[in-house]
Design a protein around this ligand. Structure first.
Ligand SMILES: Cc1cc2nc3c(=O)[nH]c(=O)nc-3n(C[C@H](O)[C@H](O)[C@H](O)COP(=O)(O)OP(=O)(O)OC[C@H]3O[C@@H](n4cnc5c(N)ncnc54)[C@H](O)[C@@H]3O)c2cc1C
Length: 296
């Protein structure tokens, strides 16, 4: 196992990853590190790769199902990367900054662009990787530049060099996001605040925010909604172990207390088979599974 003692930031061994995911599921990280600057993140990745260890990066763990066995090798948590530099309708911000916080702070300035994100509980880095979006907006509409780590090298990529589609970016699985720059349009402060408060209220009314969850489990198939299909197929309230399809929103699986990753994977598998049989649609997961044993 590598030694990170010379790098600044917290490090732990056998750390329970359930504490770092919104689903409250996941076994231990063999070694975990919260870098306090991206030079240290880059150095930790280089050391781990040189020792042929697997390396994982997580933000706020709000789109993740982590294996019950946990994660071997090095897990990096981005949430201490918090620097922010304000410009004129522009902001440059490190990957661990909260997306929702950035949305509220830019809205307060009357800057239009991220108001869709007032209730998305991820980091800037996780949101760019997933091309997070809601209410018709997507983060890709405001990103102008990113700084990434690829094969040990820091690269600056312009918007033209990035591809984004529905909940997907060309960086996924290929690059660690260190920092990003966003551009905004002038907007009306009061109007933006109103949009953001309304979207939070809509979330509270329609999502089971009182129980641990990871947002929408499945992507919406073209022209339809995964929640509608699950509801029509009678999945609301069905459970496996401690994992239950929410009564409030069928595309959310909640952890009723002691859910395991195996419970959630089992439920996801059963739902996919059933929806394929009933509607001929192969639902694709929106959440991401991290673990030595493959993907959902
Ligand atoms: C209640 C609730 C509501 C939600 N609503 C929405 C919504 O409306 N729209 C939406 O799009 N999503 C939504 N989500 C899902 C989630 O918040 C977003 O996908 C978010 O962008 C994930 O960010 P994160 O920091 O939590 O990433 P994580 O879940 O920690 O990681 C997600 C992926 O990104 C990778 N990653 C994280 N940081 C980096 C980095 N710096 N560099 C490279 N890779 C990185 C991880 O390895 C993983 O592959 C919701 C989740 C919850 C719990």
């Amino acid at each position: 196992m590598i030694i990170l003692d010379n790098l600044p930031g917290r490090k732990e061994r056998n750390f329970p990853l359930r504490d770092l995911t919104t689903w409250k599921i996941g076994g231990p990280a063999e070694l975990i590190y919260w870098p306090s600057d991206w030079q240290s993140l880059a150095e930790a990745v280089r050391l781990a790769e040189a020792a042929s260890l697997p390396v994982w990066i997580i933000g706020r763990g709000s789109n993740l199902l982590i294996a019950d066995e946990g994660l071997p090798g090095l897990t990096i948590v981005s949430t201490d990367l918090q620097k922010i530099a304000w410009g004129d309708f522009r902001v440059r911000v490190e990957a661990g900054y909260s997306l929702a916080r950035l949305a509220w702070e830019t809205g307060e300035r009357g800057w239009k662009g991220l108001e869709f994100a007032s209730g998305i509980p991820g980091t800037v880095g996780g949101a760019i990787i997933m091309n997070a979006g809601a209410f018709g907006g997507e983060i890709s509409q405001s990103v102008v530049r990113v700084w990434v780590l690829v094969s040990g090298e820091v690269l600056e990529l312009s918007r033209a060099e990035l591809q984004f589609t529905y909940r997907q970016s060309s960086l996924r699985g290929k690059a660690w996001i260190l920092e990003a720059e966003f551009i905004f349009e002038p907007g009306d402060r009061k109007g933006l605040m109103c949009i953001m408060k309304n979207s939070l209220a809509k979330r509270k009314a329609s999502q089971p925010l009182n129980l641990p969850n990871a947002g929408s489990v499945f992507r919406n198939p073209p022209g339809d909604s995964a929640g509608r299909l699950l509801d029509a197929a009678g999945w609301k309230g069905k459970s496996r172990g401690g994992a239950r399809v929410s009564e409030k929103h069928a595309n959310f699986i909640v952890n009723t207390g002691l859910a395991t990753a195996a419970d959630v994977l089992g439920l996801i598998g059963d739902i996919r088979n059933d929806i394929l049989k009933k509607f001929g649609i192969d639902l694709q997961p929106e959440i991401e599974y991290l673990g030595a044993g493959g993907s959902v």
